[in-house]
Ligand binder design. Structure first.
Ligand code: NDP
Length: 286
């Protein structure tokens, strides 16, 4: 039976370090500030936003919520972003996705100052990640990397298979593993013989969004499995993209769903906000 990679415990440890970092920065007169922008009334987005705000409060980060109606125009949202880009109390800006149809999400993400890009989605920061000089890293993949680090695994020379190539998880996590000298294979819906690719992997990172599609018997004995997928089955049950019980029989270490990658995402958002505030403080004194 494999070792469980406990996202809640790792997140708690890092949040304690972030809280200490916030205290140190506040003593210099700078309170890290995160603006959270929510457009419309999507219930899941409302839950995420309130979780993010509570997490900020818990570590001493100031958070300011901007709730805009569903019919907000792109121009109005861009005007708010511009105002936040110039607000000295705000060091990180997060626009909760998805946005209503009339708003071009790419345009909005590009309007956020790269210096305040707490989500790490701005093309400037994506480009820096691609050239191996990351500044703000997207939160979910960054959380995955912290979890891998906690297992003590050295990725150099390892075969990493990432299933999923989205801009928010699959692609950036693949770049981060490459940066740590892994040999990375990115799989997607057009990949032939996914099972064979996964069977060869020392590390499997699943970010698909299909309940238990990666079968336990595809997992190599002793592999490390990180399951980013969150899939609701039935009324209440959440499962990942990996067939957990069968995979856990073979893996050396595996993340549960829930309680795995989930708690790490908000943790890395807090981390990025603190980093942005520290950079702001050092620019102010330079
Ligand atoms: P997307 O829907 O944007 O991307 C899914 C990817 O999976 C695509 O690249 C797609 O390929 C690929 N895919 C779909 N079907 C198959 C298949 N049969 N075989 C191989 N690959 C396939 O999802 P996200 O990246 O946004 O999210 C992935 C999962 O992670 C979801 O369950 C989401 O809820 C979860 N998630 C969890 C977070 C957390 O904090 N725990 C945060 C973010 C996401 P193609 O590109 O060819 O279409």
């Amino acid at each position: 039976m494999s070792k469980l990679i406990d996202g809640k415990a790792i997140a708690a440890k890092i949040r304690a370090e972030i809280a200490a970092g916030v205290t140190t920065l506040r003593a210099t007169g700078v309170t890290p500030g995160l603006a959270v922008v929510l457009v419309g009334d999507d219930p899941a987005s409302q839950v995420y936003v309130s979780m993010k705000e509570k997490a900020c409060r818990d570590v001493g980060i100031f958070s300011d919520e901007y709730k805009l109606p569903a019919e907000t125009s792109e121009a109005e949202l861009l005007a708010l972003i511009d105002q936040l880009n110039h607000d000295p109390k705000i060091h990180g800006i997060l626009v909760q996705l998805p946005l209503p149809k009339q708003i071009d999400a790419d345009k909005v993400l590009e309007a956020i100052s790269p210096l305040k890009d707490a989500d790490g989605f701005h093309p400037y920061n994506v480009g820096r990640l691609a050239i191996g000089k990351p500044t703000f890293r997207p939160c979910t993949p960054y959380g995955v990397m912290v979890m891998l680090q906690e297992t003590g695994l050295d990725l150099a020379g390892k075969e990493v298979v990432v299933v999923g190539r989205s801009n928010i998880v699959g692609k950036p996590v693949a770049l981060m593993c490459l940066q740590q000298n892994a040999t990375v294979t990115i799989c997607h819906s057009k990949t032939r013989d996914l099972a064979a690719k996964v069977r060869a992997a020392d590390v499997v990172i699943a970010a698909v969004g299909r309940p238990e599609m990666i079968k336990g018997d595809w997992i190599k004995e002793g592999a490390v499995v990180i399951d980013v997928g969150v899939n609701r089955v039935g009324e209440k049950k959440l499962v990942g993209d990996v067939e957990f019980a069968a995979a856990a029989e073979r893996a050396a270490a595996i993340t549960p769903v829930p309680g795995g990658v989930g708690p790490m995402t908000i943790t890395m958002l807090l981390y990025n906000t603190l980093e942005a505030a520290k950079r702001f403080a050092s620019r102010a004194t330079a």
